[in-house]
Design a protein around this ligand. Structure first.
Ligand code: SF4
Length: 384
């Protein structure tokens, strides 16, 4: 089963920490974008008919802020996807939303139009932290959006949080987690802030106007999240993701299991499996530019600026780097059956990490020990 991702590159206002590709919404650009995205799905289907015929069991509208688009546009795009690709009747269809950007009527229209899951970018409940992040909402908008989404029939509802923010204290983070649990979400994601060069928050840190919390405090916040969420019955299934049973993001699991996704919209990435051309996968990426993307699609060609057939070594490396993000880890036998024997340098690196206690190998599965999840990058770097 393959997944489908649509990147909606519009936001009401840019947050201070964001390095996802998005621009401030403008009505004219939004109306042109809908047609571009639909045309892109046709272009991909026509170029890779065999891949396009594979069934999809997830469709994910991310961004940006997809709910900046009217629900009829989002539902129309979902219909366009269904017309071109065989989407399973029980597919997981997710929309990302920001608190305060959707009315009860819009949420009902999305639910009735086929969306089954909503992921709400809350990030924090602390007013000063929300200001540092440049978010456009407060706690009241979160309360209303969660209530309205539930009333619209979104039982599978996720809340995203960020920690390790300049000025954030341990008690505030714990309170954010408690407030999140009060909304009874089915899924919670917790991400450590990683200020990227080029973002206003990064510039403010460089100027000394903001101070990042010490690394050990951030690590402690992560452990607090693991403790609080697991005590509340959420299973950690990935470094940053926790879910009640049956509510894991099937779509995101595809990235970690390297199962293949077709991505549409500016900055979207794809991993396709055209058997003859790239048995280990074909990686492709659209440019993070609406203008460049639009020009290519209007000229009747895919906008890919990256198009690379994976070698078998790439397939192994990616399978470990992404798969080890999951708490269940990877099944080495399954990988060997799918890809072939692991390349010697990678096997040596794995053996070295297992011998040093940095990776655990049990019953043919390889995984990160729980206490190293927060510093997983250091371990995975060795494999990279
Ligand atoms: S709403 Fe999300 S995508 Fe948009 S600017 Fe903020 S963080 Fe970035």
């Amino acid at each position: 089963m393959r997944g489908i991702y649509l990147h909606i590159p519009f936001c009401l206002r840019k947050c201070s920490y964001c390095d996802f590709y998005s621009v401030e919404a403008d009505a004219a650009a939004i109306s042109k974008f809908r047609d571009l995205l639909a045309r892109e799905t046709t272009l991909l289907r026509d170029r890779f008919p065999e891949d396009a015929a594979a069934p999809s069991d997830t469709v994910y509208f991310g961004g940006g802020t997809p709910t900046v688009l009217p629900p009829e546009t989002l539902c129309g795009l979902l219909d366009a996807v269904r017309e071109r690709f065989p989407v399973e009747p029980d597919a997981e269809i997710t929309v990302e939303a920001n608190p305060g950007t959707v009315s009860p009527e819009q949420l009902s229209a999305l639910r009735n139009g086929g969306f089954t899951r909503i992921s709400i970018g809350v990030q924090s409940f602390t007013p000063s932290i929300l200001r540092t992040l440049g978010r456009i909402h407060g706690r009241e908008e979160v309360r209303r959006t969660v209530r309205d989404a539930r009333a619209a029939g979104f039982d599978s509802l996720g809340i995203d949080l960020i920690f390790g923010i300049p000025g954030q204290r341990a008690g505030q983070w714990e309170a954010d987690l408690e407030k999140t649990l009060g909304f009874l979400p089915a899924h919670v994601s917790v991400y450590a802030l990683a200020p990227e060069p080029g973002t206003p928050i990064h510039a403010a840190i460089l100027r000394g106007q903001l101070l990042m919390p010490p690394d050990d405090s951030v690590a402690e916040m992560y452990e607090t999240a693991r403790r609080v969420l697991s005590a509340a019955g959420y299973r950690q299934y990935e470094i940053s993701n926790f879910a009640l049973p049956g509510h894991e993001s099937r779509h995101n699991v595809k990235y970690w299991k390297r199962e293949g996704t077709a991505g549409f919209g500016p900055s979207a990435h794809s991993l396709l499996f055209p058997r003859e051309r790239a048995p280990h996968g074909l990686r492709a990426a659209n440019p993070p530019s609406l203008a460049e993307y639009g020009k290519a699609i209007r000229e009747g060609r895919l906008a890919w600026t990256v198009e690379q057939a994976c070698r078998y070594e790439d397939a192994w490396k990616e399978s470990l780097l992404f798969g080890l993000r999951m708490t269940d880890g990877v099944d080495l036998g399954d990988l060997e059956q799918t890809i072939g024997a692991p390349p010697d340098p990678l096997r040596d690196a794995v053996n070295e990490l297992v011998a040093g206690g940095r990776l655990l190998e049990e019953n043919g599965r390889l995984r990160l020990p729980g206490e190293l999840l927060f510093v997983s990058n250091e371990v995975l770097q060795r494999l990279a």
